[in-house]
Design a protein around this ligand. Structure first.
Ligand SMILES: N[C@@H](CCC(=O)N[C@@H](CS)C(=O)NCC(=O)O)C(=O)O
Length: 268
């Protein structure tokens, strides 16, 4: 894959709930967006619905199992998987500028891989139980995307409705949020340690570890705004360092004007 030159841009295929008033639906795509913006890499977004991914994109790439993000370079070559994309961006756009998405070495890369796995397999399930039914509810109910998502994630539309009702049940959601908050205790400890060394971010400097966790922040707070105060920016003991880190992540370069405002507005 070749880095585009001049004003040529990469194309990032992302995932949205609907064509009118689309909202970016994928925590994995967020990971890539955070890194492209952090590195100041020029790209344009090509948003697809679930149905668009399963039909047109699968055909274009000749891969019926394709997932997003995928990144296309100026020559039309495709790169799949957010971690692989991060490795590529590191080689091509970070290291040449003296930056690194992987803390400048093999140890850093494997640390980031660990945090990435941890976020997707330990942190995500509790958030997903609340957020996934709500993302489903944001897809137009009479669309092929809704059918596909409801069927593949909840067996059918009835399963999706039941999961949605559960996600709004205060007892069920509180238990899930409490469990996610407990998982984040690991990150809180890491961040506290970094602060004691006069450093910031999960690995002491911004890396894929931060993007890997913050992708889940973007996804969960967009569809379950209450997860901000119940999970990520909690006043409860043991969450202080994560709360500070969220502020630092929001201070990274590249966020667009108003990116977090609708989340804040939905909380009021
Ligand atoms: N390990 C992959 C996971 C990507 C993934 O699961 N993407 C989901 C969106 S969150 C997707 O493309 N889903 C399409 C589908 O389920 O058909 C990565 O890190 O890029």
């Amino acid at each position: 894959m070749k880095a585009p030159t001049g004003d040529q841009a990469y194309t990032l295929v992302s995932l949205v709930n609907r064509e009118d008033a689309p909202v970016q639906l994928s925590p994995f795509v967020w990971k890539t967006i955070i890194e492209l913006r952090y590195l100041g890499v020029n790209y344009k977004e090509d948003p697809r619905t679930f149905d668009g991914i399963r039909t047109d994109l699968a055909k274009e790439l000749g891969d019926e199992k394709i997932l997003v993000p995928v990144l296309k370079d100026a020559e039309g070559e495709w790169l799949k998987d957010s971690f692989e994309i991060a490795l590529y961006l590191d080689r091509t756009h970070a290291l040449p500028k003296g930056k690194s998405l992987f803390l400048h070495g093999v140890g850093g890369r494997e640390f980031c891989r660990f945090v990435n796995f941890w976020a997707d397999t330990v942190l995500a399930p509790d958030l997903g139980a609340i957020v996934r039914p709500r993302t489903c509810a944001s897809i137009p109910p009479d669309s092929a995307s809704y059918d596909y998502f409801a069927r593949s994630r909840f067996s059918n539309a009835d399963g999706a409705s039941k999961a949605l009702a559960d996600s709004h049940d205060p007892e069920i959601s509180s238990a899930r949020f409490a469990s996610a908050r407990k998982s984040l205790g690991l990150i809180n400890n890491m961040l506290k340690y970094q602060a004691s060394q006069g450093k910031k971010f999960i690995g002491g400097d911004f890396s894929h570890a931060d993007a890997a966790v913050f992708g889940w922040y973007m996804w969960s707070t967009q569809f379950a705004p209450e997860s901000r105060e119940k999970v990520w920016e909690t006043e409860e003991a043991g969450g202080e360092a994560v709360k500070t880190w969220v502020g630092e992540m929001k201070g990274l370069p590249g966020w667009q004007e108003g990116e977090f405002e609708h989340i804040e507005a939905a909380q009021k």
